[in-house]
Write a protein that binds this ligand. Structure first.
Ligand code: F6P
Length: 341
């Protein structure tokens, strides 16, 4: 078989580990051939390919980013996009596609499957917000980067008696904030799933200062106050209609300073959470996903996504996998709240 591989959406550590596993097993165990599509759905849409053989995947296991490149191109929004993809797949002799991506990339994969494309999905995102899988690779790396940052903020905050805010990614899910905040001993964690009460946040800040320690607040980029409490700015939209988030940390700092009279400063971790080498956990998960994805293609189980359930790698329908976002349940947030203030 000739199999196309692409990586779409925001990159994350572990993408190269998936590509390597797919190609290594595909070539050496099944004797398949591969072609890489560049920059997510832009590759099959514009027929932009690159060679993908064992030589091309040597040495990439620990490397961050993706050798295939990525983009947020949405072919469904482009007139005739799906037909162009089907034509380009046929003309490059591609029998099946492995699409590695988050909810947007896999949502497109599902629609292409409905229109006759033989596709298998692999979930990736630092946000860990895909409902079909217990974990996505990239998340553990992002949490470790954020935790290290929080540890560092603690020591400098103590020296200067400041409130320090760490803004993390995660889009509309608070998983990175919850895990990094818990691991880093944050005094307040704010997540999109639970609109925060700024009066309560300021009480936590003041109570922490009273213990002669400095408060560390972790805020997810998608967190927001109870309606009417603070004025927020609206961001731009991407090709999938998602708003570009960011800036809540700065707004929070200003509000805390205004209300408590204490100095509050913000560090936005941004794309640092997405770059660099994956943790061992993410390398193993990504490798196992890659192995299972090539098995699924070999067995003709199209329209599926590989997923982690407990410690097993299973296959779930792409429709089930992309049906809804996996957000932080109230009970998980309540565990973290025990340590607030
Ligand atoms: O989905 C991954 C993610 O890093 C989100 O946490 C964040 O909101 C978004 O991508 C940022 O996207 P971009 O890199 O396009 O600004």
């Amino acid at each position: 078989m000739r199999i196309g591989v692409l990586t779409g959406g925001g990159d994350c550590p572990g993408l190269n580990a998936v590509i390597r596993a797919v190609v290594r097993k595909g070539v050496s165990v099944y004797g398949h051939e591969f072609v890489g599509f560049r920059d997510g759905w832009r590759g099959p849409l514009e027929g932009e390919t690159m060679p993908l053989d064992i030589q091309a995947v040597r040495g990439i296991l620990p490397r961050g980013g993706t050798i295939l490149g990525s983009s947020r191109t949405n072919p469904i929004k482009i007139e005739g996009g799906v037909d162009r993809i089907k034509e380009n797949l046929a003309s490059s002799g591609v029998d099946a596609l492995i699409a590695i991506g988050g909810e947007d990339t896999l949502g497109v994969a599902r629609q292409l499957f409905d229109r006759g494309v033989q596709v298998v999905g692999v979930p990736k995102t630092i946000d860990n917000d895909l409902s079909g899988t217990d974990y996505t690779f990239g998340f553990d790396t992002a949490v470790n980067i954020a935790t290290e940052a929080i540890d560092r903020l603690h020591t400098t905050a103590e020296s200067h008696h400041r409130a320090l805010i760490c803004e993390v990614m995660g889009r509309h899910a608070g998983w990175i904030a919850l895990h990094a905040g818990m691991a880093g001993g944050a005094n307040v964690i704010l997540i999109p799933e639970k609109p925060f009460d700024i009066d309560r946040v300021c009480e936590y800040v003041e109570s922490r200062f009273r213990t002669r320690y400095s408060p560390i607040l972790v805020v997810a980029e998608g967190a927001h106050p109870i309606e009417g409490q603070m004025e927020l700015q609206a961001g731009e939209l991407d090709a999938f209609g998602h708003v570009r988030l960011g800036g809540i940390g700065e707004m929070l700092a200003k509000e805390i300073e205004k209300r408590t009279g204490k100095e509050a400063r913000t560090t936005v971790l941004g794309h640092i959470q997405r770059g660099g080498t994956p943790t061992a956990f993410d390398r193993v998960l990504a490798t196992r996903f890659g192995l299972q994805a090539i098995d699924a293609v070999h067995e003709g189980e199209y329209g599926t996504m590989v997923a982690l359930r407990g410690t097993d790698i299973v296959r779930v329908g792409l429709d089930e996998a992309t049906a809804e976002l996996k957000t932080v349940p109230a009970s998980r947030y309540a565990e973290a709240e025990v340590f607030f203030g």
